[in-house]
Design a protein. Structure first.
Length: 311
């Protein structure tokens, strides 16, 4: 499919939302399009909890990417709220990218989302670009089969395979999405800005990503992170400042707390070391990261606790 080149004096700027079932590669693709890490990635499904806005600006085109949680059949109040968040987001964007990983067959979860998108297309006429993510993980024959299955699933503005890891067709995808953006007298965000997430949310996401690596499957849903405070360390020389960052990690059971902390605190130290590197890059300063693991029993099903933890 050819994409018309935008008028050199006219901006095209707007919002795109990446949807797909959990672990479809949405966050990795967001980071690949932006060229920097703005969304956490994990081998565990359901790691995105907030809509992350990544901003891509070039050649008088500005694409603001909203990375949502994975749409899924909810089993908890948290799951219902995450689905509501996705549907609210879909009503406000100019174009949708529907991610279907090439290394997995099109299944009931994809059909569930395709039905939602078909209703949205009827109500709002929002164009949907179907994206065969993770194309590097399969051979050409399997990819061709996958593209045919995607074509049968719905009426798409375009279908494109891409690999966020290798960078295959990421630029082409950017062009396809931008082709559906409205004209604008100027960019919506300053050029050079990569995200509109505040520091506290980004820090919480970096800690959660570090905590999720290498743990058992039950933990991703049970993990919430809240930044208590970010304060300058007193008495530091002006040319060598340090920030004290205090963070609470909430789990639902004592057994999960033990997993996060590890034997003799070894795992929590690993989490702190990994997260601190990302936080220092984000804040541009040395950081002392003070992590505390707390139990908030069954918080995913408790409306008051969900509100307290930012959902």
């Amino acid at each position: 499919m050819t994409v018309d080149q935008p008028d050199a004096t006219q901006w095209h700027a707007g919002f795109a939302c990446l949807v797909g079932r959990p672990n479809a590669g949405k966050s990795t693709l967001t980071n690949a399009l932006v060229g920097e890490k703005v969304a956490i990635t994990s081998s565990k499904p359901q790691t995105t909890r907030h809509t992350i806005r990544g901003i891509v600006t070039r050649d008088h085109q500005q694409l603001i990417l909203v990375d949502t949680p994975g749409l899924h059949r909810p089993r908890t109040l948290l799951g219902e709220r995450l689905n509501d968040l996705v549907r609210e987001t879909l009503l406000e964007v100019d174009v949708i990218g529907f991610c279907l990983p090439a290394d997995q067959k099109v299944g009931p979860g994809d059909t569930y989302i395709a039905r939602d998108l078909a209703e949205l297309q009827r109500a709002k006429r929002v164009p949907v670009v179907a994206i065969a993510t993770k194309s590097d993980k399969v051979d050409r024959e399997r990819l061709a089969e996958h593209l045919i299955a995607i074509d049968k699933l719905g009426d798409w503005a375009a279908i494109i395979p891409c690999s966020a890891v290798r960078g295959d067709q990421v630029e082409e995808l950017f062009g396809l999405l931008c082709a559906h953006l409205p004209t604008s007298p100027a960019a919506l965000y300053p050029e050079g800005q990569l995200s509109d997430e505040d520091d506290e949310k980004m820090i919480a996401e970096l800690v959660r990503e570090a905590a999720l690596e290498g743990v058992r499957d039950e933990l991703p849903h049970s993990l919430a992170v809240v930044v208590e405070e970010i304060v300058p360390r007193e008495g530091r020389p002006e040319n060598d400042p340090m920030l004290d960052v205090r963070v609470n990690v909430f789990v639902e059971r004592d057994s999960q707390k033990a997993i996060i902390i590890g034997r003799g605190g070894s795992r929590l130290r690993e989490v702190g070391t990994t997260a601190r590197a990302g936080i220092e890059k984000l804040l541009g300063s040395k950081v002392f990261l003070d992590l505390h693991v707390k139990v908030a029993k069954d918080w995913q099903r408790d409306p008051k606790q969900l509100q307290r933890l930012g959902f």
